[in-house]
Design a protein around this ligand. Structure first.
Ligand code: SF4
Length: 394
């Protein structure tokens, strides 16, 4: 049975994620399912996504439900032609239906778009662009392996506005070795001057399997130490709101009403369908748990499987009622205003205190969690130690 709140036809609209796994080169910090290529099988990949849409649109729990947000992520979706994106959106409209006013986002690398391509994406139905700006310092861009310059980011943002995008995001990365807090403040000033309605600012991490992780293990790169990282994060959390971008999630900032609705549906633990190589999906069920599954990661195998029968599932798991309660808590705690105790109780049929009271008490005592006006949320200290708070609920 469906459990997300109802829309007019009695079935809840949901979020669709489409993964485009190709990039022009692999950034050394990136642990996404992205593959550096000089050419890519765009037409086959589009046909594979279309086959998945056709198949899933007839299946429980997606049949009869419309789309409220669509997100083309990657990889570098902006490598694709606008006609390809249009073909996928046309199929999504035909098989699911897209709600009026739906948020339709495309991730773009500033080095892969010109005015014509952005105009084409707008005409195809994209209404929000997320640019990987990362920094406005050329040395830092080089170190991060980015294929674009700061000027290309500025040009891409200007072209996006000219193409009619009222909503666009800029991603920034901070705590990069060699960077100073002043430099990050300058990055924020540069980003804000371009007039995005949303800014994401991520702390650089060294994930296993990345080139940076190997370099770190070999002693060739030294990450900024954790106290300094906290200094960077504090500066970012203070500076962005001063410029009108309110912090609404650990790494995300926007004026009220401009939050990324697609990502909000993840943080709120709602159902979503992920299509494309390595994409994950989650379908909530009545008991508060649900099912999660993921696609074949390798693009060539994904295309082959999806074209053969419209599915490319590589694995899945049942999320039992207990795990679902923990997930709800640590996902919602990413949000600055956390969650309402009444929402927890409505969803799971028991109170937060009866499930997590003892664990939460330690976090309240340690000044990591706060409770006010019927809500639970992270303290300032909790924001800096968020991963250890989340671990208490896993
Ligand atoms: S462009 Fe984005 S997805 Fe591609 S390698 Fe770089 S960070 Fe990863």
């Amino acid at each position: 049975m469906l459990t997300d709140s109802d829309n007019s036809n009695g079935a809840k609209a949901f979020s669709l994620y489409l993964h485009i796994p190709y990039c022009q080169s692999k950034c050394p910090y990136c642990d996404f399912n992205s593959h550096a290529v000089t050419s890519w099988p765009e037409d086959d990949y589009v046909r594979a996504l279309v086959a998945e849409i056709e198949r899933r649109s007839d299946e429980v729990p997606w049949a009869g439900r419309r789309l409220k947000t669509i997100f083309f992520g990657g990889g570098t979706p902006s490598l694709f032609r606008p006609e390809s994106i249009a073909a996928i959106l046309t199929e999504a409209e035909r098989k699911f239906g897209i709600e009026r006013g739906a948020e339709v986002t495309l991730e773009a690398n500033p080095g892969t778009v010109d005015a014509a391509k952005l105009g084409g994406m707008r005409a195809a139905g994209i209404n929000r662009i997320s640019f990987g700006a990362q920094s406005f310092n050329e040395a830092r861009l080089k170190f991060l392996g980015r294929i674009h310059s700061a000027e290309e980011t500025r040009e891409a943002a200007r072209n996006a506005r000219r193409a009619g995008f009222e909503r666009f995001n800029l991603d920034l990365i901070f705590a990069v070795p060699g960077q100073s807090v002043d430099e990050v403040l300058n990055d924020i000033a540069e980003a804000a001057a371009l007039g995005p309605d949303h800014i994401s600012a991520y702390n650089l991490t060294f994930e296993e399997g990345t080139a940076f992780f190997t370099e770190m293990k070999r002693g060739r790169i030294r990450p900024i130490d954790s106290d300094r990282q906290a200094e960077f994060y504090t500066a970012v959390r203070e500076e962005l709101p001063r410029r009108g971008y309110k912090m609404y999630e650990i790494s995300n900032y926007a004026p009220p009403g401009h939050e990324a609705r697609h990502n909000l549906s993840y943080w709120r633990g709602e159902s979503y369908l992920g299509l494309g190589a390595g994409a994950h999906s989650f379908a909530r069920e009545e008991h508060g748990g649900g099912r999660r599954w993921w696609n074949e990661r390798m693009p060539a195998r994904y295309v082959e499987q999806a074209l053969a029968g419209g599915v490319a599932e590589a694995g899945g798991e049942t999320v039992d009622a207990r795990s679902a309660r923990g997930e709800f808590v640590f996902l919602n705690l990413r949000l600055r205003d956390g969650f309402a105790l009444s929402d927890f109780e409505r969803r799971f049929g028991e109170s937060f205190d009866s499930v997590f009271g003892a664990r939460a008490a330690r976090l309240f005592e340690g000044d990591l969690l706060l409770r006010a006006t019927g809500r639970i949320y992270l303290s300032e200290r909790g924001l800096e130690l968020a991963d250890s708070v989340f671990a208490e609920f896993i």
